[in-house]
Design a protein around this ligand. Structure first.
Ligand SMILES: Nc1nc2c(c(=O)[nH]1)N[C@H]1C(S)=C(S)[C@@H](COP(=O)(O)O)O[C@H]1N2
Ligand SMILES: [Mo]
Length: 221
């Protein structure tokens, strides 16, 4: 029972969101950016959508696809595509910035926001990092607050149609405020960790965070 003296119920995620708001995280989103400052330094605009990967294109049907969420979470998840699509749906419009210097504006994504995923899996207090694991053996790491950006999502559709296999279908991550190598294609599992664990490109000389506005392309930048 609630009464006049009890504070409203507060989840750990609510507290994290409040902390991120206090720290001014996500204030660099494109909404607050004037059009002439929309292109990050050293980038050029492209209208087509290049394909970049390790040369393997895993062929995973929606029927065979599963999402495994494990590690430092209160509620590990193991969803098939039907369970995944039964989660809250969001449509986000965002720009792509690839470290190879192309950018592509106004991509329309649809899927599960990472914040809704966090509500479902409930990271433990100790969780500070996530590692994305993909079907081609690719991995990439993110700080939890970058993964939880308000426009980040697990996307199953692009421009109103199922995400094409070459672009990471059935499901890829999209984290618009970082270089696109952080946006893992052919997503297989998400691991929550207390300690950071650099991924495929991060151990091969790429920057650990990859902020395009700060041109964090390579380690040491
Ligand atoms: N699984 C997986 N995800 C990946 C990659 C990859 O090789 N494997 N490459 C990354 C890189 S370097 C980029 S630039 C983008 C390219 O996505 P696109 O082919 O849809 O443009 O995917 C990222 N996600
Ligand atoms: Mo890339």
């Amino acid at each position: 029972m609630t009464n006049d003296h009890d504070p409203p119920p507060e989840s750990k995620l609510t507290r994290s969101k409040e902390r991120w708001a206090r720290e001014g995280k996500f204030l660099t989103g494109k909404m607050s950016r004037p059009e002439e400052a929309r292109l990050p330094p050293g980038q050029h605009l492209t209208k087509d959508w290049p394909t970049l990967d390790l040369g393997l294109t895993p062929n995973i049907s929606r029927e065979r696809w599963r999402l495994d969420v494990y590690g430092a979470v209160e509620t590990p998840l193991f969803w098939d595509f039907a369970q995944f699509s039964a989660q809250p749906q969001n449509k986000f419009l965002s720009d792509i910035h690839c470290v190879t210097t192309w950018s592509r504006y106004d991509n329309q994504w649809e899927g599960l926001s990472t914040r809704d995923l966090l509500d479902a899996c409930r990271p433990r207090e100790a969780a500070r990092f996530v590692v994305l694991h993909s079907h081609d053996g690719y991995t990439t790491n993110l700080a939890l607050e970058d993964f939880a950006a308000e426009d980040a999502l697990l996307a199953h559709s692009w421009s109103g149609a199922p995400l094409e296999q070459e672009h990471g279908g059935p499901v890829r991550l999209v984290v618009p405020h970082l270089y696109f190598w952080k946006s893992a294609k052919w997503l297989q599992s998400i691991e929550f960790l207390a300690e950071d664990k650099p991924g495929y490109w991060e151990v091969r000389g790429y920057h650990n965070r990859g902020d395009p506005w700060a041109e964090q392309r390579y380690s040491g930048d």
